[in-house]
Design a protein around this ligand. Sequence first.
Ligand code: ZN
Length: 485
Amino acid sequence: MGLGPLGADAVSCNTRVNNTHAKLLVCVTLAGVRSHQATLQAIADANGGVRAAGTPGYEQSVQYIVGKMTAAGYDVTLNAFPFTYVALPLLRQTAPLAATYESGTFTGTGYGEVAAAVTAVDIDLAPPRANTSGCEAADFAGFPAGNIALVQRGTCSFAVKALNAQAAGAAAVIIFNQGNTPDREPLIIGTLAPSTATIPVVGASFADGTALAQPGSAAQVRVEAPQLVTQYNVIAESRAGDPNNVVMAGAHLDSVLRGPGINDNGSGSAAILETALQMAKVKPRNKLRFAWWGAEESGLVGSTAYVAGLSAEEKARIALYLNFDMVGSPNHVFFIYDGDDSDGVGAGPGPGGSAQIEKVFEGFYAARGVPFKGTDFSGRSDYGPFIANGIPAGGLFTGAEGVKTADEAAVWGGTAGQQYDPCYHLRCDTYANNNDLALDVNSDAIAYAVLQFAMNTEIVNGQRGKGNFKMPPDEEDDHHGNATR
Ligand SMILES: [Zn+2]
């Protein structure tokens, strides 16, 4: 929001104690939150467009948070965890034209760097493209050893194609999508499992495979071996407050390897940062602990390691955990984690107390006259490890790759039939990938809930251990990595 009813300006926000909702919400401004996102964008720009765990862009994001929170007087620690960094592969065409293509490594790939001529193997670019590319050893008769084999998805498994190519002396394999149906146009990244190759095996889209199939084509392929590195979560605590009743608010700070991650999750990271900064002079009754998680995008790695590192007593001292992962999506809906399972969708209710957290957010939106809606409490962000340990949790979400319905567009505006975030996990998740209204309202909602629980968690404490919470079953990652043919 801009100037509120109190007309507070930047000067009074810097000097006064924001210990009421009225004072705090005037000082947590859209401009303040956006300025942190602008810094995260600048960090991405300086580091190849990404802030993923294991890259310098993540390290610098950590340093930014540490600097701000330390200067504001919080007790800041770096919480180390082991992380297996898997770099994106390089797929570059060098002749007859120069181009770099989006790619990914197949599970079961070998490692190395190869620059060689490309030999297409029994591909079929004319509809209906019902190829048997690389399925038979005979496809490789006369294959020039040391070349890169270009094979097309279809008929047999990826493993059969890759291992036939390897046996024929190929130095690397590019498997491109079949192109026979719309779902077989984009970049394909699958698995050779249970087989493994000793040469690099990477994916390509149908269009890029077609380009690589031109006569006289040559390419460079690089697949780096996974590296075990140490990464850090940022943990920052208020100096005041009851250490036996800790209120946590967290957001993942890392991006994916394919983009700068300014909505996912620069938005949540910036909103809790601005809330923390504007609360720096507040003496909370309960200990406030903010967390910026690393490697969420690789499977909640940082938050899982953090919770696993807590003793039973330390877990018991955490009254609740609030999670904010994507709170400014351009085609937004105001979603609240469905902690009480009132929607009856997907996973059941959260641990006792989660329903009360949901109610606090509902109360905020209702008072503002902002419509809201539940979203399945699935555990698929950093609150997952907390609820798995019985810690009550809640949070906000404005939508990712899901598609907005006509009913939702009628309530919240935006575009029906389009993703809530059309730039989800893409290069275009930049500073521009934002909805000001969504981020502004949610930044206030976050500040509201954090201050509320910083002062009083009774409604949640009384529910601890009650209810019939069951951890939702693990679901396979459906984005990539599992297709075998
Ligand atoms: Zn995220």
